[in-house]
Design a protein around this ligand. Structure first.
Ligand code: AMP
Length: 113
């Protein structure tokens, strides 16, 4: 099912895109939870982490690696950051196009609420 993230990929909806390649796109979260809050999404429409298949293994790796590169370039890697994939209802997922949150630039607590 196409979501608003597909419309960001096709440029029907504007977003602050900070990185893209043939596999994925990264853009700033519209409601940032920290000084750095970027979403990394595959171009392929995958609803959630629960819908991932073995053939997506490399793609998931690319998302994580792109987030790590961005964190280093943003200067938050040494202090640390959080990578989050909210999954389905109990995970708090609201947009059903797989996305990896990169959140950082401030200390964070654990466990989540
Ligand atoms: P999740 O709750 O994990 O599904 O996260 C969805 C995220 O998408 C939330 O953090 C929203 O703030 C963010 N979001 C929703 N609409 C947009 C948009 N148009 N541009 C950028 N981020 C968005």
């Amino acid at each position: 099912m196409p979501t608003l993230f597909s419309k960001i990929i096709s440029r029907e909806i504007p977003a602050q895109i900070v990185y893209e390649d043939e596999h994925l796109l990264a853009f700033k979260d519209i409601n940032p939870q920290a000084p750095v809050h970027v979403l990394f999404i595959p171009r392929e429409e995958i609803a959630s982490a629960d819908a991932l298949e073995d053939r997506h293994a490399e793609l998931v790796g690319r998302l994580v690696l792109a987030a790590g590169r961005y964190a280093r370039e943003a200067g938050i890697a040494e202090d640390g950051y959080r990578l989050v994939m909210n999954t389905n209802e109990h995970g708090g997922q609201t947009v059903f196009h797989l996305h990896l949150h990169l959140i950082g630039g401030r200390p964070m607590s654990w466990p989540p609420g």
